[in-house]
Design a protein around this ligand. Sequence first.
Ligand code: PXL
Length: 259
Amino acid sequence: MLAAALTIAGSDPSGGAGLQADLKIFHRFGVYGEALATLITVQNTCGVRRIEVLAPELVEEQIRAVLDDIPPHAVKTGALGNARVVEAVARALEGFEGPLVVDPVMESTSGATMTDEPARRTLVEKLLPRASLVMPNLEEAAALASMPVDDLDSMARAAEKLRAMGARNVLVKGGHLKGEPIDLLLTSGGDFRQFTGRRSATRHTHGTGCVYSAAITAHLALGWELAEAIQRSKNFVSEAIRTNPGLGRGNGPLNMFAE
Ligand code: PXL
């Protein structure tokens, strides 16, 4: 049977991040992609110019329409905008029992706010307890766990805090670490696991977080076990950055066709 995955995320019309990136990655891994917008951005590779968050009930109705008809095997959330949208998403996902990957997107690479402060608190309260995996970068882990996160030790402590807040598995992404980019997974069983990648010297990293979480979601939809899904997705993202097509005048997208 064809596996399906759903992304609940912002729209990036330049196609490198947000729901457009998610759909490409689902497709790349042979998964039927479903996507609905929480917010619309006006942006290109040079930056975000404007963000319009959609009405919460519009987001909720979209989720219900999709779940009711082509139920996805896995769901991911990306940029959610404000607290009322987070609440709407949590409510609409109440009956969904498959894997839920929460990418707690807070800012775009260019620094535009995708999830405001009240939305973060609502995310912790309403969405983390339903998350199979939450995957913050260092800045997001610091904001969610209310502590500085800048090395492996603090990554581990932040992961423990986020798990205590209800997330089943926590992956703290170390892409912004000084030195090697190591991601740290804290599993539902309480074990730590490291995932090491290669860093490429390039400015073309637009949408890296979206691509990573979409790849993990696709693998979970296909039935891969979590650690294996993460390792395969990490390898894919490293290769997608290394072989980026060099598009745009700013921070361009990754290679969505990477092997
Ligand atoms: O990568 C974070 C992100 C998430 N969602 C949307 C984005 C971005 C970054 O630009 O545009 C819609």
